[in-house]
Design a protein around this ligand. Sequence first.
Ligand code: GDD
Ligand code: MN
Length: 386
Amino acid sequence: MKIVIITPTYNERANIEKMIPVLENDIFPEIKNHTLLLLIVDDKSPDGTADAVRNFMKKWSNIELLTGEKQGLGFAYVRGMKYAMEQMNADAVMEFDADFQHDPHDIPRLIQAIDEGADYVIGSRYVSGGSIPKEWGLDRKFLSVFGSLFTRIAWLNFSIHDTTSGFKLTKTSFLKRVDLDHLLSKNFAYKMQILHDVVKLKAKVKEVPIIFYERENGKSKIHVKDQFESFYVVLRLAVLDRKRFVKFLLVGGTGFVLQFLTIYAFILLGIKQFIAAMIGGEIAILWNFIANNMWTFRDTKLIKEQGSFLKRLVKFNVASLASIGVQGLVVYIAVNIFGEKMKIFGLSLHTSIVILVPAIILLVIPMNYLIYNRVIWKTHHLKSNF
Ligand code: GDD
Ligand code: MN
């Protein structure tokens, strides 16, 4: 594989002068089964970082230099990634800092993870064996730990422990499918979005423990506004992801209203109550099916395995019966345990009413959503979900 190590630099002359010889003399020769190239993305650093790189380029031919205006870390990486994919034909790209906070000696272990089948490797500080600098103040430690926790909760993805690490190795077969031109952030938060997108593309993610060292030379370029921006990007992506779920809830909610209006109308027309209730139930089912089919899940239309409209409608009715069955079962069990009526906040209420509220929220809604996604509309056949 051709692996391009992308290192963005801004005023890192002292660091890059130490880093390039370490990479070329100690690290690259260790990795025998891949071709390693180094791409420095320098934003016209006033300290002459680019000149230092140019000097090394005379000695080693696997180094390239991209220069540009300073427009943020994410912007620099996007430029580097596109160049690596389009001009250098990279099979994988590594995001690697110049300041020795990422230990170059960890590079072979990240590459090994790719050899073992991973598509996206994270140098992780929050898996066993990894760590953040003990010299860090409590505030930075807290932000870092909390940042990862926040992301995991917002995205409902607990399989990844370090969501803000800047040390990554990504197969370009996945990176090519990420829309690098429309990332929400040009700064540090770019990496939250790439992580988010490759996970959605079903990349195999592997976290490799790293010790994240304290910076020795030069200054960090991260600002408080970058932390806020990261929170914003994480939340924004979470909301975009939940769009389908929000539509599903709206359809279900209007269906519920429709059901009661129908029952009431038929009763007014003099139809027997139990028949009115059944008609109301079926109207709600039809409404849910049609609205979800045309709106919530319209993007699944082109999938072949979807089956005909009629087949799905029948399946949908069966699934709805199952959900009624579950509700009946929950009420049956609850009545057996608590009796016909329950005391809640001093009020005596019918057990079915009390129990159905949490049961619908915690059981029926997730269950229906899962069945719709997996059985009726099969969203997992979609290449990606955005
Ligand atoms: N070209 C370019 N342009 N390079 C930049 C820019 C920029 O605008 N901003 C930063 N860099 C370079 C730095 O010169 C350094 O090589 C690397 O990007 C990382 O920047 P630092 O300023 O050292 O970042 P940090 O140490 O605060 O943050 C690191 O750790 C975070 C996790 O705590 C990075 O790896 C982050 O990506 C990571 O989230
Ligand atoms: Mn750093």
